[in-house]
Design a protein. Structure first.
Length: 404
């Protein structure tokens, strides 16, 4: 039999002693590990007190009602819960704090809105504008949109409300009222084109202000509008025997025009026979610019209508100064009154009414009732038989005819 090593024997003895000691400690009845750990508790003492008296009775208050701007439809409306069970008040009715269960039940049976909070009878207030009853709100009135400028670019402004277009063979001039006048240019026109002192001065100023290169050259020749520069004939083969002659022929030549103009023999012959050689071009010009000329005339008429009081007052002052005879003044004042239109365009009729009021005011100022130059009843009867207007010419009121 082999002997165990000394280290193994010592280790075995120590482990055996440890197991014996643990078993002995666990077998003791008062060992701490054998005790059962119970959870700790907190003692509570119950004290009996006298019963609390009930709170005083509070009168229920009326619920505060609020109407929504857009109340829900009946199909989507759900029944409101009782106030005691609902954590938040119903949006259709808000109950004041302190109200009991009675107030909550009354809020459920209350009407959906108060008649004191409606603005149009039984109709609930709405933020949207009404439709179908107010035309200016439903549809934009005619004439309120900005007018589109109908410009063809053919005419250019020539001052004082007029426009002009140069068509080479004729000229179109548009008046402020939109009417156009076509003027033919002569078939033959010749004028002198020699440069004047003014032209020479302008050329020198143009050369001085023009940008120049390293050697003083300019992009555009200063005298190009007055002189024609040629470098000689381009189809001449030259003289091979005498090349110096070829160089002379290729020299730069300046041509100074003396006369300029145009000569149209065909136009002159057609016009002698009563034929307009540019009738088709004129008709095309009138057709293309018709809308533009109508717009020019409408703007001029609107300006004239806006200045009706100033124009009538100026005409009345000129009439009174240019006509010294009293009878002629009366007849002229009546004619101005009678010429005012009574039907047609509302803007024109309104301007005519304003003009008539100015004429009547001028008569009452310069020919007052009861004065030596006032309209007599016989004169008013004679004028009434000649008038074309439907309105009666009555420059004086009844109180003006009454003498004190």
């Amino acid at each position: 039999m082999r002997k165990l090593p000394l280290g193994v024997a010592v280790s075995t003895a120590l482990h055996a002693a440890a197991f014996i000691w643990v078993g002995w400690v666990s077998a003791r009845p008062d060992a701490p590990a054998a005790r059962r750990v119970e959870p700790s508790t907190t003692p509570v003492e119950i004290i009996h007190s006298a019963p609390v008296p009930p709170p005083p009775q509070i009168e229920p208050t009326e619920p505060i009602e609020a109407t929504l701007l857009d109340p829900p439809s009946p199909a989507s409306t759900t029944p409101a819960r009782p106030a005691a069970r609902s954590p938040s008040p119903s949006p259709a009715a808000i109950v004041a704090p302190g109200a009991g269960a009675d107030a909550g039940s009354r809020a459920e049976t209350a009407p959906t809105r108060s008649p004191l909070l409606t603005m149009r009878g039984k109709e609930p207030p709405r933020l949207a504008l009404p439709t179908g009853r107010w035309d200016p709100l439903d549809r934009v009135p005619a004439g309120t949109t900005p007018e589109k400028q109908r410009t063809t670019g053919i005419f250019h402004n020539s001052g004082r409300g007029t426009y002009e277009s140069d068509q080479d063979s004729f000229t179109g001039k548009v008046k402020p009222d939109g009417t156009v006048k076509l003027e033919d240019k002569p078939s033959a026109s010749i004028q002198i084109r020699l440069p004047t002192l003014k032209d020479v001065g302008g050329v020198i100023a143009q050369w001085y202000e023009a940008p120049k290169g390293a050697f003083g050259e300019t992009i555009e020749a200063p005298m190009s509008k007055h002189l024609s520069v040629s470098i000689g004939p381009s189809t001449d083969p030259g003289d091979e025997a005498h090349p110096e002659h070829t160089l002379k022929d290729k020299a730069v030549t300046a041509i100074v025009p003396i006369f300029s103009g145009r000569l149209e023999v065909t136009d002159w012959l057609m016009r002698r026979k009563g034929i307009d050689p540019y009738a088709s071009r004129k008709l095309k010009l009138l057709d293309v610019t018709r809308d533009e000329r109508v717009q020019i005339g409408n703007r001029h008429r609107a300006q004239q209508l806006a200045m009706t009081p100033q124009i009538v007052q100026r005409n009345l002052t000129h009439l009174w100064a240019a006509t010294p005879d009293t009878a002629a003044r009366k007849q002229a004042l009546f004619d101005l009154w009678d010429e005012c239109v009574e039907t047609g365009d509302p803007a024109v009729v309104a301007a005519a009414d304003a003009a008539r009021r100015l004429v009547i005011a001028f008569i009452r100022t310069h020919l007052p009732a009861g004065g030596p130059d006032a309209f007599t009843p016989a004169e008013l009867d004679a004028l009434a038989r000649t008038k074309r207007s439907r309105a009666a010419f009555q420059p004086y009121d009844e109180r003006d005819r009454t003498t004190p």
